[in-house]
Design a protein around this ligand. Structure first.
Ligand code: CA
Length: 292
């Protein structure tokens, strides 16, 4: 949605007045957004759909007003940026559930959809998730939104990712985890028990925050960032895999979660946090190794 700034503020103010004067009306409008797209059958499966929706709801709740209209409009943004940030939270939920063996060996596609919203008189963009079974079939499609304040999550029609109103952000394969490791910030090597087969594809997810610079301004780091003196997270690769420190293949700064595609070498993995000094370090990174 590209609007003149004055008009954006005007629309934002009107929507705010509406939001606070009529929360029920706002909810109705979000429901209208949620049922865009053709209704699709939602087959039953062992996939824990309600648990997934509840976890998405909790995760969105944890972001507070970040992805809501007042916050985004004040920042010169719109529902487009909000829906993309929200999608990254959904990706985090999916990866956490996979890491805990709670995702029924499914994969997912995460993205955004834009549809006509009569309330705004414009296109509105919200977050969508497709749940994909091992055989590649889409078994559930869910939408999520909190742009107008209340958190709204419901079943959604099938997504056509080739449609210009769809935007794919992340594709997470159906996979199972093989091993979980903790890599301490003190510079110790950690070796996997698993021997990775020569030439086979694996995926490693590193998450969490550790202390890399205690006693200074900006003490935190994750696998791919350090906090500078502002303090603001700036890129820096800390995690080495088999002695090589490299950029992640998938990066999510806000949940501090990074994915690395790995090819097995017929040996265990050796993981380490690389730093110039370890005396001011504390904590660790959490690692999950997947079969693909
Ligand atoms: Ca340090």
């Amino acid at each position: 949605m590209t609007l003149h700034p004055t008009r954006t503020i005007l629309i934002g103010s009107l929507a705010l007045i509406h939001l606070f004067s009529s929360p029920a009306g706002a909810q109705t409008r979000m429901q209208a957004v949620g049922v865009l797209g053709k209704a699709a059958p939602q087959p039953t499966s062992s996939f824990p759909l309600e648990t997934f929706k509840n976890k998405i709801r909790e995760r969105i709740k944890g972001t507070g007003p970040r992805d809501t209209l007042p916050n985004r409009v004040l920042g010169g943004e719109s529902c487009v940026e909000a829906s993309r940030s929200r999608a990254i939270e959904a990706s985090y939920v999916i990866q956490s559930m996979q890491a805990n063996g709670e995702f029924a060996n499914c994969g997912a596609r995460v993205g955004t959809r834009s549809g006509w919203n009569a309330g705004f008189g414009s296109l509105h963009t919200y977050t969508v998730v497709e749940i994909i079974a091992l055989d590649g079939k889409v078994i559930h499609t869910v939408d999520a939104d909190n742009y107008m304040g209340p958190i709204h999550i419901s079943n959604h029609g099938r997504i056509d990712w080739d449609d210009p109103n769809s935007y794919l952000i992340d594709e997470i394969p159906a996979r199972t985890w093989l091993e979980k490791l903790t890599v301490p910030a003190n510079g110790d090597d950690v070796r996997s028990e698993k021997v990775l087969k020569q030439g086979e594809d694996y995926h490693l997810v590193a998450s969490g925050v550790f202390q890399y610079d205690q006693g200074e301004t900006g003490t935190q780091a994750d696998a791919q960032h350090e906090e500078n003196d502002d303090p603001k997270f700036v890129p820096r690769s800390f995690l080495s895999i088999d002695g090589i420190t490299r950029k992640a293949d998938k990066s999510y700064l806000e949940p501090h979660t990074y994915g690395y595609d790995i090819v097995g070498t017929g040996a265990p993995l050796i993981l380490r946090i690389e730093d110039s000094g370890y005396d001011d370090n504390a904590g660790s990174l959490s690692i999950v190794l997947y079969n693909q």
